[in-house]
Design a protein around this ligand. Structure first.
Ligand SMILES: CC(C)(COP(=O)(O)OP(=O)(O)OC[C@H]1O[C@@H](n2cnc3c(N)ncnc32)[C@H](O)[C@@H]1OP(=O)(O)O)[C@@H](O)C(=O)NCCC(=O)NCCS
Length: 173
């Protein structure tokens, strides 16, 4: 799990263009037919101060091959300015193996480290895997009645997350 490098854009473009129509629809809410250079650049070129992007790659003969990733964007103009919206995308052959869960937990940890208080997202109402994942990580699911549901949860405060990890470590001993 690591950030992406600008030099990986061409590998990513091939990866995006290999995604199934179902996965594209669930992530982008529309049947995207072709990801252009500009579209991929827009997806992976993050402003590190206001966004966070995490990718999971594996190595084949020293070449990084993408598996999936997640990102969040600070929403400075929403509420108290301490919320962010997230998205996740796992390659078709890697879905259902716990990778989305690991990435979403990592996004929550980073949001906590940045002092953000709420994380939200929009999900198609028929996207069962994402809704199951969201519910199991204690996101509240709010039905908007237009085929999209809104999911939101509080981000744990950095100090309380640290204490919880310490208690868990002590309990394991
Ligand atoms: C939705 C998505 C991010 C989930 O990531 P994932 O790695 O496939 O999911 P995980 O393996 O971490 O599983 C998460 C939960 O969903 C469940 N799940 C996974 N695939 C499922 C499926 N096809 N049907 C029903 N439930 C499923 C798992 O059982 C798991 O629940 P559990 O932990 O209680 O067992 C991923 O499937 C994906 O990228 N889909 C396409 C794009 C998308 O939908 N993005 C979300 C919009 S922001």
């Amino acid at each position: 799990m690591r950030p992406l490098r600008p030099s990986e854009q061409s590998v990513l473009m091939a990866w995006f263009n290999n995604l199934s129509p179902h996965t594209r629809r669930n992530r982008f809410f529309a049947p995207v037919t072709e990801f252009s250079d500009a579209a991929v650049h827009h997806l992976v070129d993050v402003d590190a101060q206001h966004e966070y992007l995490l990718a999971v790659v594996r190595y084949e003969n020293d070449h990084a091959v993408p598996i999936g990733g997640g990102r969040f964007v600070h929403e400075e103009n929403e509420g108290d300015g301490a919320s962010c919206s997230f998205s996740l995308l796992i390659g078709d052959e890697w879905q259902g193996q716990g990778i989305g869960r690991r990435i979403l937990k990592a996004l929550l940890r980073e949001a906590s480290r940045r002092g953000l208080r709420k994380m939200r997202g929009d999900v198609l109402a028929d996207n069962r895997p994402m809704l199951k994942l969201a519910r199991s990580l204690r996101f509240e699911v709010i039905d908007r009645q237009d085929g999209v549901v809104h999911i939101v949860r509080n981000v744990p405060r950095a100090a309380s997350a640290r204490w919880r990890r310490l208690v868990q470590r002590l309990l394991r001993k």
